[in-house]
Design a protein around this ligand. Structure first.
Ligand code: TEU
Length: 538
């Protein structure tokens, strides 16, 4: 893999900075804390970190509401601390991706303050403003993901403004060329500071229908959702006019042109319950758009069965033949997969092995390498406005955002010297702290290290093609290939043993360190519960 293609098949480790390491005992993680922990991250063998937003922000959506794109929030440190993140990471061989939330700003951003002040100021058109309907109601039926109408009334302009997320996250108007230029400048700023790439928040929300047409209602049968709870009325609409507008691609091409001289890579977030992989294909096609899109397929609430995995990979080939997915099982928006899938430890290990063998880039969310479950967070302790809005049907995102646990005996699990961290730390988490697992050869953390190393040592797994993806009973299998080397991978996604006949050819089992089965003398394969078979052509 050429240096400029470092992202292809990379393993990315996602850091939620509020909850990684607190260096100044205020109960909230920070950039200096990340610097302290970078050697640990490097020890996992990953290629890159993605750091969730640390920019200046009123923190209504915990940093996904930015009020200054080119500075660090004092809570997280300052630009010098960020420079230390970059230099330390690079010294350790880690790339740094930062999370640019360009679709909307905070309402505290000076751009919005100015835009809101009048209908004829220089930034009047920087956000999506619209007159009410004759009866005073919002201009159309678009809904906010976080509840209610996507339109908020502003007394100053006597107009509504658009917000796909919180009312304090007004959507920028990407039809305005000055907005696009200002955002490209933000990308330039960070590229010059040394970042290696971006995770781009909600890139399919950039543009909106100029005529502000109503979204159609979605038939009941199609309301299943992988990214947001079905209690949310947002899922009862098809977001035909508020999302996925073709002009999004024009802006992304400009952004890519800014990134290319720096060999920077982008993973675009394109959450779409109805057309996820199709959109992924659109946004990663060719060489002038996103290198990768973040796939939501394994963030669904039901555990992936063999046929589901096969179906996802087949659909990917259909919709994104030259596209590249970034797979994740957990992140800061969904219930941790150890809880969501309710699988035994052996199953979690196998799923990690599977992820490291899938065609695509792999994204690990802090704490999943410890096998952490979703933490229970009582209503009184909730911080996430989305959780507060839909409680108790949906408990929000705090349970996956509680602090990382480093030391079994340390104060707050070694996360913070504060009396009280910003979210409570669960006892069960502390029992699985990093220092406990380092001393236990059977702990899942070592499995993550082995699986990641296995991928790195087998370029066909990281960046090769794949073919023959199929499911047979509980077994999903496929072949990865690169430069004539073929690696056959099969996974028994169940707790019952299975028999299986590998494809023609002379195979030699590899991946013993991951519990790979051996071919038996009769050429058949007996896969134990949650066991893989990984083999290379001889
Ligand atoms: O998330 C976008 C997104 O698709 C979320 O709305 C997701 O459906 C929701 O969090 C339910 O789990 C991104 C960020 O990842 C999220 O943290 C932000 O709140 C959101 O954008 C707004 O910036």
């Amino acid at each position: 893999v050429k240096q400029k293609d470092w992202w292809k098949g990379a393993v990315i480790y996602q850091i939620y900075p509020r909850s990684y390491q607190d260096s100044d005992a205020d109960g909230v993680g920070d950039l200096a804390g990340i610097v302290q922990r970078l050697p640990y991250i490097a020890s996992l063998g990953v290629d890159a970190v993605w750091i969730s937003p640390f920019f200046t922000s009123p923190m209504k959506d915990f940093g996904y509401d930015v009020s200054d794109y080119c500075d660090v929030d004092p809570m997280f440190g300052n630009l010098a601390d960020f420079d230390a993140v970059i230099s330390t990471a690079h010294r350790l061989g880690l790339k740094v991706m930062i999370d640019l939330v360009l679709s909307h700003t905070s309402d505290a951003h000076p751009w919005f303050q100015e835009s809101r002040a009048s209908r004829d100021n220089p930034k009047a058109n920087w956000y999506v403003w619209s007159d009410p309907k004759e009866d005073g109601t919002p201009p159309n039926n678009w809904l906010s993901i976080f509840g209610g109408s996507a339109w908020q009334w502003s007394g100053e302009r006597e107009q509504y403004f658009l917000h796909n997320f919180l009312t304090s996250q007004p959507d920028l108007n990407f039809w305005e060329p000055q907005v696009q230029e200002a955002l490209l400048d933000v990308a330039r700023f960070w590229l010059h500071r040394g970042v290696d790439g971006f995770r781009l928040d909600t890139i399919n929300f950039y543009m909106h229908d100029k005529e502000l047409r109503d979204n159609p209602a979605l038939p009941k049968a199609q309301r299943n959702n992988t990214i947001a709870p079905s209690v949310n009325p947002y899922n009862h609409q098809e977001h035909l006019y508020s999302k996925n507008q073709p002009e999004n691609l024009d802006f992304l091409r400009k952004l890519r042109a800014v990134m290319d001289p720096f060999h920077a890579a982008a993973v675009g977030e394109v959450g779409d319950a109805q057309r996820g992989l199709e959109i992924l294909g659109e946004y990663t096609a060719g060489d002038d758009l996103m290198q990768m899109c973040y796939a939501f397929e394994f963030l669904a609430s039901t555990p992936p069965t063999a046929s589901y995995v096969a179906e996802v990979m087949t659909r990917l080939d259909e919709y994104a033949p030259d596209g590249w997915a970034c797979w994740a099982f957990s992140n800061h928006d969904v219930t941790r997969h150890a809880t969501r899938w309710d699988m035994p430890l052996a199953a979690l290990k196998l799923m990690t092995t599977l992820m490291m063998c899938l065609r695509g880039t792999a994204c690990i969310y802090q704490g999943e390498e410890l096998g952490l479950h979703e933490a229970e967070v009582a209503f009184e302790d909730l911080q996430d406005p989305y959780g507060i809005e839909f409680w108790p049907e949906f408990k929000g995102r705090d349970g996956c955002r509680t602090p990382m646990v480093w030391e079994h005996h340390g104060l707050n699990g070694g996360f913070s010297g504060a009396g009280r961290p910003w979210l409570p730390i669960s006892h069960e988490h502390v029992n699985r702290a990093v220092d406990v697992q380092e001393d236990d050869p059977h702990a899942i953390i070592h499995h993550y290290r082995r699986a990641i190393a296995f991928r790195q040592n087998n370029p066909a797994l990281a960046s090769g093609g794949h073919d023959g993806v199929k499911a047979e009973g509980d077994i999903v299998y496929f072949t990865r290939h690169l430069d004539g080397r073929r690696i056959f991978c099969a996974f028994n996604l169940s707790d019952t043993p299975s028999e299986f006949c590998p494809p023609e050819g002379t195979w030699q089992a590899i991946g013993h360190e991951l519990g790979s089965a051996e071919l038996s003398a009769d050429g058949n394969l007996h896969l134990g519960p949650w066991q893989p078979f990984i083999a290379a052509t001889v």
